[in-house]
Design a protein around this ligand. Structure first.
Ligand SMILES: NC(=O)c1ccc[n+]([C@@H]2O[C@H](COP(=O)([O-])OP(=O)(O)OC[C@H]3O[C@@H](n4cnc5c(N)ncnc54)[C@H](O)[C@@H]3O)[C@@H](O)[C@H]2O)c1
Length: 398
């Protein structure tokens, strides 16, 4: 398998008026992120919602449309439903996605695809055998910031990328008032699940998806993890490591220093350093964070300056009209929208099953933190690249 760099992907015009029937399974905290953005994407027809807590499905359908399904079997038996959007807790992803695939439904899953690599691999193979599409969040790679950064890297604005400094340090979660966090419909933030899953499984994908899209699959890596603030959580809380420091080498030779954690003060930045300058985004959780370019500049005399003044790049796609009003804007609906468009066009989504599987594989290696450099096997399809904005991704015009 070859790793094609910065492959230009064209989607072509949308088939007029075609829609994809979608049901949202799991209507908890994150479901509001999706619901609020659905009006951006008229080709997603919200058929309804199902949650084992039926009042959550009722409030989701009441707010965002469609009907309440009584159980998963009813969802899967409905011929008008083509796409299941799996927003259940991580522990349920495998079971719900597998049932949906076995019933002939395409699946867009919240991250991670599954809890273990064997389970996720089984799902990817099942989807392939059945000719179904499978994709997984995060989909922040469709944001204005990501698409602009990817285009700038692909266009060679900083020459050959060499090094990346990337962080998904959320701040010291243990000291935040997380028990009080509520979604728009008043659903509490499921902190016990989040703390048990840990910062890596919850958050690594936000940086990895951009990096793999820019530089190809990770081919070698090492990681260290540890638990530093383990004593700060409520009693009887299962706790995963709260720091992961990774060193990644990508297929095109770019290397990356990656920090993920719930200990250091918030830093969600990404800086790509090339032969001819740097490109940086201050916050990958903000769909419209400025993308800053600094070109190498000629200097003379006794100075250690070598970069020109920062220039803000114009965004290459328009903003999404309907956003979820939160501390961060994760562009979640764009992943489902891209999946629905792929169903209509009979293509693979940008975040293909193999792409999602690779991100999970690297995330698991980061969370294990074995310390030594190891090769990462590259699977067929991992070379899929997102170099430029798919026509109108993240916009109403899509
Ligand atoms: N919480 C966040 O800030 C956030 C942000 C982005 C993504 N995510 C991801 O979204 C997913 C869901 O997280 P959440 O925060 O919404 O969790 P949550 O616990 O608030 O919501 C999950 C919902 O799924 C329901 N559920 C559980 N098992 C089910 C099943 N078998 N069938 C149908 N419904 C079932 C639960 O009743 C609950 O309402 C996770 O993968 C998480 O990683 C969470």
């Amino acid at each position: 398998m070859t790793s094609t760099k910065n492959e230009h992907v064209e989607r072509g015009p949308e088939a007029a008026g075609e829609t994809v029937g979608a049901v949202f399974v799991g209507c908890g905290y994150a479901a509001d992120f999706y619901g609020a953005t659905l009006p951006n994407y008229p080709h997603i027809e919200v058929k309804g919602a199902f949650d084992v807590e039926s009042e959550r499905a009722a409030s989701f359908a009441g707010e965002y449309g469609g009907r309440v399904f009584g159980d998963l079997r009813e969802v899967l038996a409905d011929p008008d439903v083509s796409l299941v959007v799996n927003l259940t807790p991580v522990s349920q992803h495998y079971t719900v996605t597998k049932a949906a695939l076995l019933a002939g439904k395409h699946v867009y899953s919240e991250k991670p695809l599954a809890s273990t690599l064997p389970e996720a691999t089984e799902l990817v193979e099942l989807a392939r055998e059945r000719g179904l599409l499978l994709s997984s969040a995060p989909s922040t790679v469709f944001s204005q910031s990501a698409q602009t950064l990817l285009r700038a890297v692909g266009d060679g604005l900083i020459g050959k990328p060499r090094l990346v400094h990337a962080s998904l340090d959320m701040g010291a979660l243990a000291f935040m008032p997380y028990t009080q966090w509520r979604s728009r419909r008043g659903v509490p933030w499921p902190y016990r699940d989040e703390i048990a899953n840990g910062c890596v499984m919850e958050h690594a994908g936000y940086q990895l998806s951009w990096l793999v899209a820019m530089f190809g699959p990770v081919v070698r890596m090492a990681a260290h993890t540890s638990l530093q603030l383990g004593g700060q959580w409520p009693e009887h809380t299962e706790v995963a490591p709260d720091i992961s420091l990774g060193f990644l080498e990508f297929a095109d030779g770019t290397v990356c220093r990656l920090s993920i954690g719930w200990v250091a003060p918030a830093d969600l930045s990404l800086t790509v350093i090339g032969d001819q300058g740097t490109l940086s985004v201050g916050d990958v959780w903000q769909a419209s964070a400025p993308v800053m370019l600094r070109r190498n500049a000629r200097t003379s005399g006794k100075t250690n300056a070598y970069l020109g003044e920062p220039e803000q790049l114009p965004f290459v796609i328009p903003p999404a009209r309907h956003r979820y009003d939160d501390t961060h804007d994760l562009t979640v609906g764009a992943g489902v929208a891209d999946m629905a468009m792929a169903i209509i066009k009979g293509e693979q989504p940008f975040l293909s099953a193999d792409f999602s599987l690779h991100v999970l594989d690297v995330s698991l290696r980061l969370s294990e933190g074995r310390g030594v450099m190891e090769d990462v096997p590259v699977r067929a399809g991992d070379d899929k690249k997102l170099a430029v904005a798919p026509a109108g991704a993240g916009t109403a015009a899509r």
